[in-house]
Ligand binder design. Structure first.
Ligand code: DDH
Length: 291
């Protein structure tokens, strides 16, 4: 069963700088993957948020519902219990902190600690008591599909083509696991360092279908040590997406800036932030003046 809700202090009492430090302290572990939970924390924040639909305003990171069935059991979320379990001590140590804020802040801290850009983040997500408000399964992208599917998924969240390409640049981080998605291997040679290497490799390496028993994926011809998903290859096959891949491969700073903006937006989809007088507002308002 998911951890219950303790009596929580008010969010304003939480020291988020301390929360950030607690998260940072959990990133490194030489016995896990490439030595860091960072990429898994990024995937946690992304999957917590990427369920949003602007058509009916359902889904998104508010509620912290991934800790409950049905979301915890979705195929797309396989392996993310490891991130949630690792972060449990941070939740316990900071009364008033919500899981929903924690899952998103963990992604932000991970990106920053792995050499990525500063990402705007603010607290204010509530925790739901159960998973009843989770949308139906199927809102996260399917790696076997192409450009049309990617657009369907991300336009539903409210992103445009440039933001989509920037976001998928997160695949400079981490790797695929056969016991989670079925795919295998890292995208880059430095999977715990934020960079534009994903885009450079897409354009500069020759990619061929890997011959193996697993799902259809690509390997680099030269070393066969790196991988691309069919959905990654769609970014160079589709001319509109490709424009941005070329731009980000050339200009790592532009990528970092655009990624930070899109990722910050992703983490706020569907979240209404409380104002100091108890009324509610969405984004674009005066929060940044009062923090
Ligand atoms: Fe991803 N991703 N992702 N991804 N993702 C996987 C791992 C990681 C897709 C499929 C997969 C984004 C977009 C897409 C990260 C971040 C982001 C895995 C492997 C698959 C499969 C999971 C496993 O086996 O462990 C697809 C399809 C898309 C798409 O857009 C079409 C986005 C937008 C992000 C983001 O963060 C903004 C990260 C990080 C990982 C590495 C996790 C790890 O454990 O390492």
């Amino acid at each position: 069963t998911a951890p219950g809700d303790n009596k929580r202090a008010t969010p304003s009492k939480v020291d988020y700088d301390q929360v950030r430090k607690s998260i940072s302290a959990l990133l490194d572990d030489n016995n896990y993957d490439d030595g860091s939970y960072g990429p898994l924390f990024v995937r946690l924040g992304w999957h917590a948020s990427g369920t949003y639909s602007h058509l009916d305003s359902t889904g998104g990171s508010n509620g912290g519902c991934m800790r409950f069935e049905p979301e915890s059991g979705w195929g797309a979320n396989k392996g993310l219990h490891l991130a949630r379990e690792r972060l449990e001590s941070v939740y316990r140590a900071h009364p008033g902190l919500t899981y929903a804020d924690l899952y998103t802040l963990a992604a932000v801290v991970a990106i920053e600690e792995m050499g990525g850009p500063t990402i705007k983040w603010r607290p204010g997500r509530d925790d739901h008591k159960d998973g009843k408000k989770s949308p139906a399964d199927g809102r996260l992208p399917d790696a076997a599909q192409g450009a049309q599917h990617i657009r369907d998924i991300f336009y539903r969240m409210g992103f445009n083509d440039q933001e989509i390409v920037a976001l998928v640049g997160a695949h400079s981080l981490g790797r695929c696991h056969t016991d989670r998605s079925g795919y295998e291997g890292p995208w880059t040679n430095a999977p715990t360092t934020f960079s534009n290497e994903f885009f450079r490799l897409l354009l500069e390496e020759k990619w061929q279908l890997r011959r193996w028993k697993g799902p259809k994926q690509y390997e680099d011809v030269k070393t066969k040590a790196l991988m691309m998903l069919p959905a990654d290859m769609a970014l160079i096959e589709d001319p509109e997406f490709r424009k941005y891949v070329v731009q980000y491969a050339k200009d790592g700073d532009k990528f970092a800036t655009d990624f930070a903006a899109a990722f910050g937006k992703l983490l706020e989809l569907g979240v209404e932030f409380k104002t100091t007088d108890g009324s509610r507002h969405g984004k674009n308002e005066s929060f940044w003046k009062r923090i």
